[in-house]
Each structure stands twice: as structure tokens, then as C-alpha cells.
Design a binder for this molecule. Structure first.
Ligand code: IVH
Length: 741
């Protein structure tokens, strides 16, 4: 580190402390980090370096001395309910978190029996060797650690070739989720606590019991290790990518802001106040740290294997290493293999395996000396920002999107990246012409994480966030809660109108043979303004358009005709009511049975529908109260669209899969969607990931190897398409039931 005066260091330390506390809160409480883990770790390292250089600046309240807390202060809880649907990633993160309808602070706080620490981490292999040297030296000198562990000669040679290693390592994946501490007493789950501030955590037991992977009761296998009367086991609750994508797709459909990554989604879900909603989130769990008084085991690996034998979920990817060299091999292997995993990892954890050594090595203020994490650097690319587009969505929300000099990143060429909103642009102090860092991480679209100031060209200029709609010129309004700008001209703004058509014709809605280009063409030629206009298009009109031939006209008109039998729930979704996505539309349609009943519903009636919250109810009420919308529904009804539920569509084929939970993986003779419907029609339930509660893994061609491995490990029956047909034999689906898929 370059020379720095005490005064300058003190100022920088104060700033870093403030910054890190803000980021701790964004990450742990709001589940809406505004910087990447890598950037956070760099700030922490800088603070640690300065505190080492000027020990008088290292105060006990420093973020280097305590773990970040996930406990909310009472003041924050009210913000939590205020910021429904918002997400700004801005400096004031309280406005910017992806909110949860029923998230609040109503969890009881319970003291941890043993403090819940964090882990030291590094991005450098060099430092891992140093970690090993410290351990080797401590052992060689009979372990006298605090303060002086790192001085003296390099002890890497302690494990001379041929000698039995005096210590071994457990190499494990670093699961990117949210930490959990489970206590079992007399074989039964007593409670589940979050990390909290390390000394006390939120009691989330009522949510955790809905995570299928976590057993409520343990069983001792014949001849297996005894279950201690009381013990704690800690681990990570995480959301597999498939469930994360599903959840975000649903959120996007509802007009809510998606979670930035699976970690945030898992942490947010775990703190939901509605266990039923949480149960649908597909959370999984892995446990990696066993603690009890009078621990009967000699090594960490032994303890984890025992936990597994009692039915607890542990990682199948851990491995024992006899030397730091073997641990390095593990890291090398998993740096690549982790990309094929169905869940997020952000590094590798290396732990001294021998529990007596762990005890002797002990802890620093924040983390154990016997373990450390090697973290993978997020893949990022540096590229010039060429321009910014301001896109108008179908709901009128304005999203700034960066156009970049194309750059390769994690296997794809990135040309565009989200800038999210004006607050985010201001925070980055972004200029057109800047070189910017783009990251993909777990996110759906790449995002700009930082600006490389040193490369800012003279010609760089600050972008001007539009004051009027870039499409129709209407002055924008700022929705403070959503930290977004909106075009309020929903009736006449061309982009919004086109957006509504694009949504209406989409596959999951009316499935009409038209893409964005067709909608643009029909709109630009003045043929469509209101949704019913689609149904009055004539062959002559269509033939007059460039690129249309008899065949394409016939196909298009044919798909319009077919759309008249699209079931009510999809018609409801197609109408594009704000916050009403595909799943909610299904629930609303099933509950009310007809558009007429829905239009006559009160707020209270709407709130009776499972999963409908206040914001959704208000959106439906507002939509239905609009005279234009009511007329449009009448016209569409007269055209022949379905505004009532078709009771026969709820037809069940059999009960052969009643009570069964099926995971579908690979390719079949029918589409996966069709397969899932078939399972539902036979009374089964589909979930995304294999867990203890899975009945069958239905494996087609190229089924996921991880799923197959997990099923084998948990003893879950793997069935082929043929087996499936046998299981449901005699109750085959009538052909037309699935014909529209
Ligand atoms: S061991 C005393 N093992 O990463 C600390 N932690 O960034 C014991 N994590 O706090 C933790 N995978 O929440 C351990 N295989 C693993 C892990 C793991 C993920 C989390 C854990 C920890 C955090 C540190």
C-alpha cells in the first residue's frame, strides 16, 4: 500500500467504515446490494490494510470487527412495507429493494448459543498458501496464535513429502445463499435462526419447516452414529437457478422488479411473513457446520457424514484434501465445473478437518482461523458506452438501456446492458464515452457495475435523462415509490400501445402468429390501435403490406380464429392488467369464473384470491373501472373471445399421480410444458429441483446429470417416459386437450 499520512488514513478509514455499513445494510437487511461482492471485498481489504497500518484507527465498532447483520431496525420495517414493488439499486437502498408484499420485522429475535461468525476470504491463491503456512506454523509451534500467527519463517514445508499429514482439509463449495442455524433437540427440529448480527438472529422456524430439504425429525440409520441429544447445524438456504428464473419471470409478469440474483431471492423469501408463499419459492438447503457441546466426532467430515446419515442435507461435492496442493486441485477443478451446477456458488471453502486443531486455532473477532474462503472473481468486461436508449415499456415505465461496444463476456457477446433507472445513472456518474464494467453474474441481463474514471475521454458527456416520453413527448412523471419515471399517456403513447399488442399476441397469452415486427407494421400502417382491431383485419389489408403472401395471411388469420378458443385465464393475462401475470391470472380466473364476476368484484372480494395482495387488487379495480376497458371487453366478447372459465378444461384424466411430486428433466416425445400439464392432469405436482420430498424424477433424453446424481443419492425413483406412460396407463390424454400447446 502506498504511503499515507495518519490524517489522510483517518479520513479514509471513516469513509470506508460508513460505506461498508451502508453496504452491509443493503446486502443483509434489504437484500438489494448496490455493489458486487468483489467491490465490497476490495473496500473491506482496504480498511483492513489501513487498520493494520494505523492500529489506533481500528475501533471495535469497525465493520472489520463484526459480521453484517440481517436484523432490521424498527424504522426500517415501515419502509419495507412502503416500498412495494420498488427497486432502484440507488444510494438510498430503502427505496430500492425488490420488495415482498408481506415482508416485515415480525420475527422474534433469539440469541445464538454459539456466535455465528463469518469467514475470511481471499481472491488470491497466494494468500491460500499463506493461510496454510499460518496453520502449519501454529501447529509446529504448539499454537500460540493471537496477533503473531503470521510472523516467522514460511512453514509451507512442514508437510514434508512422505510424512502423514498432521492435518487435512475439507474442501467445499461456497454456496451463495443465506446462512441458517438449525437446532435439533431429541431428534426434532427445535428452531431455525438467521445469522442476524452474529449474536442473535431472527427465528424463521415457521418458514423453514416449509423447505422440503430440511427434516423436522431425524432418524438414526441401523448401526449409524447416534444422534446427540441437542446440537446445532449451520448451513445455507439457497434458491436453485431454475426456481430463481421462475420466480423472476412471475415477478416480471406482475410488473414487479425481479431479484438481482438467487442469493437475494433466497434471503428475501426466507423472511416472508406468509409461509404458504414462501413454500412455493423452491428453496433448498445445504448444511456444512456441526456444533455441539462434547462433540463426539474427531473430524468435521465425520460429523457431516453423520448428519447426512440422520437425514440432513449436506453437500455431495465436498472432498477431503491431504495437503494444500490437493486443495488447490479442487479449486482448479471447481472453477470450471461450478458453471454447470444448478445453483449459485461464489467460491470454495477450505476448512481444517481435525476438530481438536480447529479448537486450538480458534477465532479472530469475526471468523475462524481454521477456515477460509477462496472467492471467484465475477467475470466482468470493460467496454466503451456508446449511447443510452430510453425504452418505454407497455406499462409506461422508462428504462435506460446502455448500448455498448460489443464485448465477449462469459460465452456471449454483450452489446446492451441495463442501467435500471435515473438514480442508478447518477450513482455511477456515468458519461457517454466512458469505459464501463459490465457483469453478468446471476442476473438476467448484464448490468453496468462501475465506470473506469481513469479512462474517461475529454469528449465524454453527461447523459440527459429525458423529461418527456421519448416516444410520444408527454412529460414524464416520477413514481417515487418505484424510483422510476413513467409516461402517463397510456391511451395514446405508441410504444405503450404496441407493447400491449405484443403482449396480447404472445405465446403464453393469445398465441397469435405475430411478432414485434408484425405489430410495428400493422401499427405504422394505421391498422391497429385498440386490441379488437386485430380481429377486423381483412386479407386485402394484409396483402397490401410488404412481405405478406397468401400463405402468411392465411396462417395469421387462422391463428386469430384459433385464439377465440384460448381459455379465459389466458385472455385475462393477455389484457395486460398491471401486476397480473400468467400465474395470478390463472388464480383470478379460477376464483371468479368469469370476466363479469371479476368486473363486479370489490377490493375485499379480490383479496380473497390466494396470492392477491393490495397492489394487485388495486390494479385490477383501476383497470376494470376504466370505461374504455369495459367497452373493449364487450367488443372482444362479441368477437368470440372466452370470458368465462371452461369447466371441461379443468377435466382430470386420473388420480394415478395423486400426492406425487415429480421433477421433469430432459427431452421427451412431447414438449416439457405438455409433460407438466399431463402430470397435473393425472393429479401430480411438478417442482423444479430434486429433494427429499420428490416422488419421481421423470428423466428424458439428456436429463440433467446433477438431478440424476441427486436423485440417486436421495434414493428417489428415476422413471423414463415409458415408465410414466405405464404409470398413467389407461388414462391417456385426449389429443385435443393439449393441442394448443
Ligand atoms: S463454513 C464459522 N462452509 O459463506 C464459519 N460457510 O462468506 C463457518 N458459506 O458465513 C462457515 N458455503 O454463510 C462454510 N461450505 C461452506 C459455506 C459457507 C457458504 C457461507 C456462510 C459463511 C459465508 C462467508
Amino acid at each position: 500500500m502506498a504511503k499515507i499520512t495518519h490524517k489522510a488514513a483517518a479520513e479514509r478509514v471513516a469513509l470506508l467504515k460508513r460505506e461498508l455499513e451502508v453496504h452491509n445494510r443493503n446486502y443483509y437487511v434489504l437484500n438489494a446490494p448496490t455493489i458486487s461482492d468483489f467491490e465490497y471485498d476490495l473496500l473491506m481489504q482496504e480498511l483492513q490494510g489501513l487498520e493494520a497500518m494505523f492500529p489506533d484507527l481500528a475501533t471495535p465498532d469497525s465493520p472489520t470487527q463484526h459480521v453484517g447483520s440481517d436484523l432490521e431496525s424498527p424504522a426500517e420495517s415501515s419502509e419495507g412495507s412502503r416500498s412495494e414493488g420498488s427497486w432502484s439499486e440507488a444510494g438510498d437502498a430503502s427505496q430500492g429493494k425488490p420488495s415482498e408484499t408481506s415482508r416485515s420485522t415480525e420475527f422474534q429475535q433469539v440469541a445464538h448459543r454459539y456466535p455465528m461468525m463469518s469467514l475470511g476470504n481471499t481472491y488470491s491463491l497466494e494468500e491460500l498458501y499463506e493461510f496454510n503456512d499460518r496453520i502449519a506454523k501454529a501447529i509446529a509451534t504448539d499454537i500460540h496464535l493471537p496477533g503473531s500467527a503470521n510472523d516467522g519463517d514460511n512453514a509451507a514445508a512442514t508437510q514434508a513429502a512422505g510424512q502423514t499429514p498432521r492435518y487435512t482439509f475439507s474442501c467445499e463449495l461456497k454456496f451463495d445463499g443465506t446462512a441458517i442455524c438449525l437446532t435439533y433437540r431429541n431428534g426434532k427440529l427445535l428452531h431455525a435462526l438467521t445469522r442476524g448480527d452474529g449474536t442473535k438472529g431472527d427465528d424463521v422456524t415457521r418458514n423453514v419447516v416449509n423447505i422440503p430439504a430440511i427434516p423436522k425429525e431425524l432418524t438414526r440409520s441401523a448401526g449409524g452414529p447416534e444422534i446427540p441429544e441437542e446440537f446445532e447445524i449451520r448451513g445455507e438456504i439457497y434458491m436453485p437457478f431454475a426456481d430463481f428464473e421462475r420466480l423472476n419471470a412471475e415477478r416480471t409478469e406482475r410488473g414487479e422488479i425481479p431479484f438481482a440474483n438467487p442469493r437475494n431471492a433466497a434471503a428475501g423469501s426466507l423472511k416472508l411473513q406468509t409461509p404458504e408463499e414462501m413454500a412455493k419459492r423452491g428453496l433448498d438447503c445445504v448444511l456444512y457446520h456441526f456444533i455441539t457441546d462434547n462433540n463426539p466426532f474427531k473430524t468435521h467430515i465425520e460429523a457431516i457424514e453423520a448428519a447426512h446419515s440422520w437425514g440432513l442435507p449436506v453437500s455431495e461435492y465436498s472432498r477431503k484434501a491431504n495437503s494444500i496442493g490437493e486443495a488447490m486441485e479442487y479449486i482448479k477443478e471447481w472453477d470450471t465445473r461450478r458453471k454447470q451446477l444448478p445453483f449459485a456458488t461464489d467460491g470454495i471453502v477450505i476448512k481444517v478437518n481435525e476438530l481438536d486443531l480447529q479448537r486450538q486455532l480458534g477465532f479472530t473477532a469475526k471468523s475462524p482461523r481454521w477456515a477460509t474462503a477462496y472467492k471467484f472473481k465475477p467475470e466482468s468486461a470493460l467496454t466503451p458506452l456508446l449511447s443510452i436508449d430510453y425504452q418505454v415499456g407497455r406499462t409506461g415505465a422508462i428504462t435506460p438501456v446502455a448500448n455498448l461496444e460489443p464485448v465477449p463476456l462469459s460465452g456471449t457477446i454483450v452489446k446492451r446492458a441495463s442501467l435500471h433507472n435515473k438514480d442508478q445513472m447518477d450513482l455511477l456518474d456515468i458519461h457517454i464515452g466512458d469505459w464501463v464494467y459490465v457483469e453478468k453474474g446471476g442476473e438476467i441481463i448484464p448490468k453496468i457495475t462501475a465506470v473506469e474514471r481513469s479512462k474517461r475521454p475529454e469528449s465524454a458527456r453527461k447523459p440527459h435523462f429525458p423529461e418527456v416520453c421519448p416516444d410520444c413527448g408527454t412529460p414524464l412523471v416520477r413514481d417515487l415509490e418505484q424510483a422510476r419515471h413513467y409516461c402517463p399517456n397510456s391511451d395514446n403513447c405508441p410504444e405503450q400501445i404496441k407493447g400491449r399488442f405484443i403482449h396480447f399476441v404472445s405465446r403464453k397469452a393469445m398465441d397469435i402468429l405475430a411478432g414485434e415486427a408484425t405489430i410495428e407494421q400493422l401499427y405504422d400502417n394505421g391498422f391497429i390501435r385498440e386490441l379488437p382491431d386485430l380481429y377486423t383485419l381483412t386479407p386485402l389489408q394484409l396483402m397490401s403490406l410488404e412481405g405478406w403472401q397468401r400463405k402468411s395471411v392465411d396462417n395469421f388469420l387462422d391463428s386469430l380464429e384459433k385464439s377465440k378458443s384460448v381459455p379465459f385465464e389466458r385472455v385475462l393475462y393477455a389484457l395486460g392488467i398491471r401486476h397480473i401475470g400468467e400465474t395470478t391470472a390463472k388464480g383470478v380466473a379460477a376464483h371468479f369464473g368469469s370476466m363479469e364476476a371479476l368486473m363486479g368484484a370489490s377490493r375485499e372480494d379480490l383479496l380473497q384470491v390466494p396470492d392477491i395482495g393490495g397492489i394487485m387488487a388495486d390494479a385490477v379495480l383501476e383497470w376494470c373501472a376504466n370505461e374504455k376497458h369495459r367497452k373493449m371487453v364487450e367488443t372482444l366478447r362479441a368477437i368470440g373471445l372466452q370470458f368465462e372459465i371452461d369447466e371441461s378444461s379443468r377435466q382430470k384424466l386420473s388420480d394415478s399421480l395423486e400426492g406425487c411430486t415429480v421433477v421433469v428433466s430432459g427431452n421427451f416425445s412431447i414438449s416439457r410444458e405438455e409433460m407438466k400439464r399431463l402430470i397435473a392432469a393425472h393429479g401430480g405436482k411438478c417442482t423444479g429441483s430434486v429433494s427429499g420430498s420428490t416422488t419421481y424424477l421423470l428423466a428424458g433424453e439428456k436429463a440433467g446429470p446433477e438431478k440424476l446424481r441427486k436423485a440417486e443419492k436421495l434414493g428417489i425413483k428415476v422413471i423414463s417416459e415409458e415408465d410414466f406412460r405405464h404409470l398413467t396407463e389407461g388414462s391417456e390424454a385426449p389429443k385435443d386437450l393439449f393441442s394448443e400447446i
